[in-house]
Design a protein around this ligand. Structure first.
Ligand code: AMP
Ligand code: MG
Length: 399
């Protein structure tokens, strides 16, 4: 019998025992996408560094256009042009204007730009303006995008597409980033074959190696995979022992229960320490949490749906903690379209298909991985609750 503990207790234990490793490295901006920032980013200069026009038009002193109308236009003299990529030092005296292309620098003393379309070229460098312009119109001011000294991105932020752009605008070509955790993955089971294989009777394809690799990579982990190892104590022990020095965390799926061929409990006990064997959760009861040579070891249930949820609940937060990242859960309230039963004395993960405010339960068994593909969210029934009626409001988490 497994002495089971609640999954939330298991998570606390994992984070307390293993959660403090945080290594920071410097990476090229081009390699920083999707990684977690290792330090706050402060703007060290103003962006843009000069006042720019947002339109093709004429830079003016807005006071010169005060009161002009269709019948009494303001006539200004064009004294030159601003050239893209160059400073514009033309002294703009009252009564003068300067042509500025979109993005060009405006001259000192100018405080607005009038779109070309709203002016008339009278010839001989004389331009007519028919409408007043507000100070600041059609301008991006120096420092309007980023002010020197401003904190723009916080430690632990997962760098998105726009963040890469913001860093480029600032000239941050190298970025402090939390280093990627290395995760060892092993699948064990005599019935397992590679996904590329044709199946013989009694065989199934190894789902967990590929699925857990994708899960780890989603959180920037580096995977070292041993592939499939047979249900042989020494073969599996060897595989674990050889991976441990190279990884931060080891995940072995399969062989975690109490059957004759379940070798993981003994391997963890022999190589290190068993911290938890058994979780009060469905699916996922035969889960192991252990420690070998100071490394976190997870024995995940072989059933892929259980492996999926236990990774999500226990391993993902650890990978994120190491990278300063937050677990971002998107939760919404929805109404059950059907009753669901649960009387297991364990918390139960229920898959649902969210459709507007409705949550349609997706029938599942822990061996049926496609049920997770069909679902787009789940909720948890507390261990002391005997199911939920149709129409019950549930807080679902998007997958
Ligand atoms: P075990 O945890 O070894 O008792 O396996 C529980 C169930 O999960 C069994 O039906 C196994 O065939 C299945 N299973 C174990 N490992 C995998 C895997 N890597 N991919 C797909 N199914 C698996
Ligand atoms: Mg097995």
């Amino acid at each position: 019998m497994l002495s089971v503990i609640p999954i939330s207790d298991a998570l606390s234990l994992v984070l307390e025992k293993f959660g403090t490793r945080s290594l920071i490295e410097t990476v090229d901006l081009n390699a920083a996408f999707g990684r977690y920032l290792g330090a706050d980013i402060i703007a060290h200069e103003d962006v843009p560094a000069f006042n720019r026009s947002t339109v093709d038009g004429f830079a003016v002193r807005s006071a010169d256009l005060r009161g002009c109308t269709d019948s009494i236009p303001a006539i200004l003299e064009k004294i030159g042009e601003s050239v893209m990529g160059q400073a514009c030092e033309l002294p703009l005296a009252p009564g003068c204007c300067v042509y500025v292309p979109t993005g060009g620098a405006i001259p000192p003393n100018a405080d607005a730009v009038v779109m070309l379309e709203y002016t008339e070229d009278l010839g001989g460098n004389q331009l007519a303006f028919y409408k007043p312009v507000a100070p600041g119109a059609n301008l991006i001011l120096r420092g309007e995008d980023l002010k020197q000294g401003e904190a723009i991105l916080k430690t632990g932020k997962k760098l998105g597409v726009a963040d890469i752009g913001t860093l480029a605008a600032l000239g941050k070509t190298t970025v402090p980033i939390f280093s990627r955790p290395v995760v060892g993955i092993i699948s064990t089971g005599d019935e397992l074959v590679e996904p590329s294989e044709n199946l013989r009777p009694g065989q199934i394809r190894d789902v967990n190696s590929a699925m857990l690799k994708a899960a780890v990579e989603q959180y920037n982990g580096i995977v070292i995979s041993k592939g499939i190892v047979e249900d042989d104590f020494y073969a599996l022990k060897d595989a674990c022992q050889s991976l441990i020095p190279a990884v931060d965390v080891l995940m072995v799926s399969g062989g975690t229960s109490v059957g004759e061929k379940d070798n993981m409990p003994r391997i963890v006990a022999e190589l290190g320490e068993m911290l938890v064997h058994g979780l009060a959760v469905k699916p996922g009861k035969p889960t192991i949490i252990g420690e070998i040579e100071g490394k976190a070891v997870f024995g995940l249930p072989g059933n892929p749906v259980a492996a999926f949820f236990i990774f999500d609940y226990l391993v993902k937060p650890l990978l994120l903690a190491w990278q300063g990242g937050m677990v971002e859960v998107e939760q919404v309230d929805a109404r059950l379209t059907r009753a669901v039963s649960s009387n297991h004395g364990r918390e139960e993960f229920i898959l649902v298909r969210l459709d507007g405010g409705d949550a349609e339960p997706v029938p599942s068994k822990s061996g049926l991985i496609s049920t997770v593909s069909r679902a787009n969210a789940y909720f948890i029934i507390p261990r002391d609750q005997e199911g939920l009626p149709k129409g019950a409001l549930v807080r679902v988490t998007r997958l």
